[in-house]
Design a protein around this ligand. Structure first.
Ligand SMILES: [Zn+2]
Length: 355
């Protein structure tokens, strides 16, 4: 029997992704799959592939029959093979085919009820496709894509809100989203199921594996194992990254995704170095500021008659130095210009016998 969806066997903190014949494809520590799939470009790529294949579907004008739906399924499955990341390819495929199978099994009364609800949704919120229905293969695939999209958006919001809460970094908006979604997903009807399958090994042992065919269910599956696997969710402290990642230690600070400042390097390697070189630069700038204060206080001592004038410069330095320093640190001002600015904080040239 053909199995659609992501097949996973879980043991001891590891998810093993299985191929259709149950041979192992790859393994991921708990939490890693969701962090990989829900961050970065994978989901955009997959959704673009799906959307394009629907837009250019050759049988889109065909009437909706058992045969044409099966042909459309095969067409969608082959399009998804263009996604390289196997677990993501499988879950997108499972999600889309689950919706197709569910819709095609409806009787005509339930079909029209569902279509009314979906058309209502299209009129209320921005959905990927408006021309949906059961009139032909094209409108049917678009209807299925809208539902796929809802599952994806729910999963993404839930992943972000849950990770923010678990990592202790949630802002007010994320806390509100979390509470709303927990309320919604307490109703099992709102959560697409995860199927538990079993098979016997040659030695007669029973092996269990799960078939996940919803993005939302994947998020739930991953989160439900975090605690038992002793895994923490952290948020990258690189301010330009802020991605979620899994860690064993609570003091882990940076992720293993490409760093936004330098994508050929990983945050956890690159950002501490960047911080260090920033610190060195900051120390240098502090040193320059300190010297300028010293120089001005000397001028004040040597020219008591112009003390008020020098005090004005000292005040200016006190007020403006920090923000100018930040400009330099954020590369919005050249260090040379900063030095020139400091040098100009002096009483008129030629009258300063000290310099
Ligand atoms: Zn990062």
């Amino acid at each position: 029997m053909r199995t659609n969806g992501l097949m996973i066997s879980y043991d001891d903190g590891m998810n093993h992704v299985l191929k259709p014949q149950c041979e192992k494809d790859s393994s991921y520590p708990v939490g890693n799959l969701m962090c990989l799939i829900f961050q970065g470009e994978i989901l955009d790529n997959i959704s673009r592939i799906l959307k394009n294949s629907i837009n250019y579907c050759p049988m889109s004008k065909d009437a909706l029959t058992q045969d044409s739906i099966e042909e459309a399924e095969r067409y969608i499955l082959s399009a998804l093979l263009y996604e390289d990341f196997y677990p993501a390819q499988r879950i997108a495929q499972g999600c889309f085919i689950r919706v197709m199978e569910h819709y095609r099994a409806l009787d005509s009364q339930n079909m029209s009820g569902l279509l009314q609800e979906e058309l209502q949704r299209v009129s209320e919120v921005n959905m990927p496709f408006n021309d949906i229905g059961f009139s032909n293969v094209g409108t049917f695939l678009r209807l299925c894509f809208n539902n796929y999209y809802v599952d994806l958006v729910n999963a993404l919001s839930f992943f972000t809100a849950l990770s923010a809460i678990f990592s202790g970094s949630a802002d007010d908006r994320e806390k509100v989203t979390f509470n709303e979604l927990v309320g919604i997903f307490q109703d099992p009807d709102n959560v697409p199921g995860i199927e538990l399958r079993s098979m016997l090994t040659a030695s007669g042992r029973m092996n269990n594996f799960y078939v996940i065919n919803s993005f939302l269910s994947l998020v739930m599956f991953e989160f439900s194992h975090l605690e038992s696997a002793d895994v923490l969710i952290r948020r990258c402290q690189n301010p330009d990254c802020r991605k979620f990642f899994t860690a064993k230690r609570s003091d882990a600070k940076y992720c293993s995704f490409p760093s936004p400042q330098n994508p050929v390097r990983l945050c956890r390697n690159f950002y501490p170095q960047l911080l260090h070189s920033k610190k060195v630069k900051e120390n240098e700038l502090d040193h320059l500021i300190k010297n300028t204060f010293g120089r001005l206080y000397n001028q004040k001592r040597r020219h008591p008659d112009r003390a008020a004038e020098v005090m004005k410069l000292i005040k200016k330095l006190q007020i403006e130095a920090e923000s100018k320093k930040q400009e330099v640190l954020h590369n919005r001002m050249a260090k040379m210009d900063f030095e020139t600015w400091l040098k100009r904080l002096t009483i008129a040239k030629g009258e300063d016998t000290y310099e």
